[in-house]
Ligand binder design. Structure first.
Ligand code: SF4
Length: 344
């Protein structure tokens, strides 16, 4: 019999589980406190739960934190963490410090089926979706590596996989991140990144989760986007910005658009002007990501003057645009560089 992963359950569901095992509901709250506040993963070590309850629970359930198989520090302070699940599947998470922030980048799938041409993860294909508890397991696993007093302040869903293609698990993991009895993050500190799956964006808009949304746009014409992001063939380019206009943005928040700059492909001033037109009417900010090289890639990073020229067109039109020099480039942990052998 396979064990229930307690990280798959919201605190209210832990209460129901406790009740189904013959205990009072508040045992579920105690469980949540052991797992999330105290970071204890051994059910038998949860000392204020009755011994019999612990034994019954441990026979049926576990706290499924994946094994940290490798931890690679970068010169810039970020760290790539390789996690391995019970079935041998591996994903990567990245911890990125920046002043007083510590951002954790999470994976939602083992591999990815979207095959964006500039992305190393896309060359893996999709192996499988992660469950909500497996996503949350990365948070607990990453947290366990931190020095005393350090804490993760922000979470981004920008690792391996397309979060909205694993919709139910992504949404449940957000609920676990934000539940005050679980991880208690403010939704404003959580960003979900998507290639622009319109139906997913519209569904997410109705969940009222109040998280930030980032759209990986990367091109301004169907011709170029079809070439570098095959997903565009099913969702023509204007679809995602249109869905963004209907997305309930938290007060004073802006919709983020990610734009990887590929030399000679999407980095001309004309592309920048088309981008301005495409985002008209949206409270947008644009992250320009100079391409991060990986072996075998057909693309290269534009020279600095071209990157800055692209940015200035956006700034001249009043669009907030920042050049994001990815962290972890030297360890293959930068945007679009994540790849890991899927199983042993
Ligand atoms: S950029 Fe995102 S959606 Fe595209 S292949 Fe990479 S992981 Fe998948």
């Amino acid at each position: 019999m396979s064990l229930i992963n307690l990280l798959d359950l919201l605190p209210s569901e832990l209460e129901t589980l406790a009740e189904s095992l013959g205990g009072p509901r508040y045992r579920g709250r105690q469980l949540a406190s052991w797992i999330y506040a105290k970071g204890v993963t051994d059910i038998r070590a949860m000392s204020d739960l009755p011994r019999e309850f612990r034994e019954t629970l441990a026979a049926r359930a576990e706290v499924g934190v994946p094994e940290l198989e490798r931890r690679t520090p970068s010169q810039d302070g970020s760290q790539k963490l390789v996690f391995r699940y019970r079935d041998g599947a591996r994903v990567q998470s990245v911890l990125m410090p920046d002043d007083d922030r510590l951002t954790l980048c999470l994976s939602t799938q083992v591999g990815c089926g979207f095959s964006c041409a500039f992305c190393f993860t896309g060359t893996m294909g999709l192996e499988r979706n992660l469950g909500a508890g497996e996503i949350i397991g990365q948070v607990l696993g990453a947290r366990a590596t931190l020095a005393p007093g350090a804490r993760i302040t922000h979470v981004v869903y920008m690792g391996m996989g397309e979060p909205l293609a694993n919709y139910a698990a992504t949404v449940k993991s957000i609920k676990l991140l934000t539940d005050p009895q679980a991880l208690g993050f403010s939704p404003r500190r959580i960003t979900v990144s998507t290639v622009g799956l319109v139906s997913g964006i519209e569904k997410l808009a109705k969940e009222n989760l109040r998280v930030n949304l980032a759209i990986s746009l990367h091109a301004t014409s169907n011709e170029i986007r079809d070439r570098i992001m095959p997903v565009n063939k099913g969702f023509a380019i204007g679809g995602a910005p249109a869905a963004c206009k209907r997305f309930p943005l938290p007060f004073r928040q802006r919709m983020t658009f990610e734009y990887v700059l590929l030399e000679g492909v999407n980095d001309a001033p004309e592309d920048a002007r088309r981008l301005v037109r495409l985002l008209k009417g949206i409270r947008a900010k644009i992250n320009l990501i100079p391409f991060n090289d990986w072996e075998g890639s057909e693309f290269s990073r534009p020279p600095l003057p071209r990157i800055l020229a692209f940015q200035s067109v956006l700034l001249e039109h009043g669009i907030r645009a920042t050049v994001r020099w990815s962290k972890g480039e030297d360890i293959g942990a930068a945007c679009g560089q994540l790849r890991e052998a899927v199983t042993v």
